[in-house]
Design a protein around this ligand. Structure first.
Ligand SMILES: [Zn+2]
Length: 324
């Protein structure tokens, strides 16, 4: 007997694995007519109560019942952990509970977004939904099983960032249920990872051509006086550096945004009007850095826009929203 959502006056029994939930038919009829109908036609009974056996995990059934009995209303979904959102989506699709599906979907989208700007802000959703990197495996299986293809490419991208041993051996859900990737998915991820590495390497290569001093460089005027322009040195460093997030590009994470933060740190945002002031500083002017930022933005947007093709699922994605 479940200790949380089981009631002594319940008039029906759901059995998931070895856990028994004693519930009320009227509550099921309201929230889940499919399960209620299964009870009506059930030939099995226990102590005079109709019984329905389900193949879902006790965790998933419990999370659905918590919503049905109001102890976990979906309106609080922004605080629900990933494990609960996944449970809602699994049982919601299976038993045709659209409200549950919608709440799960909206919140999962903050973890598997459709735009690059949302992707760059995913740290917040990750902590509020208690999302761990390896949960990407459960997510990929979940989206394929439930047909939520709009989030598939980001789930594969996330899987590409996992340790290859984790990809091969799988992980476990919050309730201990094993989550393994099919051999086909392991191959999809290996191929996607190689392509992402190629894209990252190409971005580093293209930086050499793309990063240039702006023709509107604010500090160029100081050059004749000081025999150099600090923007040139900064841009050369940005072209040549192998660190500050660029190693992540090379290793298959071309959407890593740490390099943008490094560009921000390389900028001198003050406007110099006196040569003496300028002599003390080695940063680059904001005009030059804006152009470098824009080049990096274009290269990252290309990866994002081509993500369905890069990770090999373009055939099932038909409404990918392109950035820029
Ligand atoms: Zn400049």
């Amino acid at each position: 007997m479940d200790t949380e959502v089981s009631f002594p006056d319940g008039d029906a029994i759901i059995i998931a694995s070895n856990v028994l939930f004693r519930v009320h038919k009227r509550v099921l009829a309201h929230h889940c007519p499919v399960l209620a109908a299964n009870l009506d036609t059930s030939a099995e009974s226990m102590g005079g109560l109709p019984v329905v056996r389900v193949t879902d995990t006790p965790h998933d059934i419990r999370e659905f019942l918590r919503v049905a009995y109001g102890s976990s209303p979906p309106t609080r979904a922004p605080l629900a952990p990933f494990s609960v959102l996944a449970a809602w989506l699994r049982v919601g699709i299976k038993y045709k509970m659209q409200v549950l599906v919608d709440h799960a979907y909206v919140n999962l989208q903050s973890l598997f977004p459709a735009t690059l700007s949302e992707w760059d802000e995913r740290d917040g959703p990750e902590s509020s939904h208690d999302f761990k990197d390896e949960n990407a495996i459960e997510a990929l299986n979940l989206f394929q099983q439930t047909g939520q293809f709009g989030m598939l490419q980001v789930a594969i991208y996330r899987c590409c960032q996992l340790d290859p041993d984790v990809v091969r051996n799988g992980t476990t859900r919050a309730d201990g249920t094993p989550e393994r990737l099919s051999r086909k998915n392991v191959e999809v991820i290996a191929r996607a990872k190689e392509r992402l590495k190629e894209y990252g390497a190409r971005m580093i290569e293209e930086s050499r051509e793309r990063f240039k001093r702006s023709e509107y460089c604010s500090y160029w005027q100081f050059r004749s006086y000081y025999k150099f322009c600090s923007c040139q040195d900064v841009i050369k460093d940005l072209r040549d550096t192998k660190a500050h997030g660029r190693e992540a590009w090379r290793e298959g994470d071309p959407l890593d945004s740490r390099f943008l933060q490094y560009i921000d740190r390389s900028e001198d945002s003050r406007d110099y009007e006196l040569r003496q002031d300028f002599a003390c500083y080695m940063g680059a002017c904001s005009n030059c850095m804006d152009e470098v930022r824009s080049e990096v933005g274009e290269m990252r947007a290309r990866v994002w826009n081509e993500l369905p093709a890069i990770v090999g699922v373009a055939d099932v994605i038909d409404d990918w929203v392109c950035d820029n």
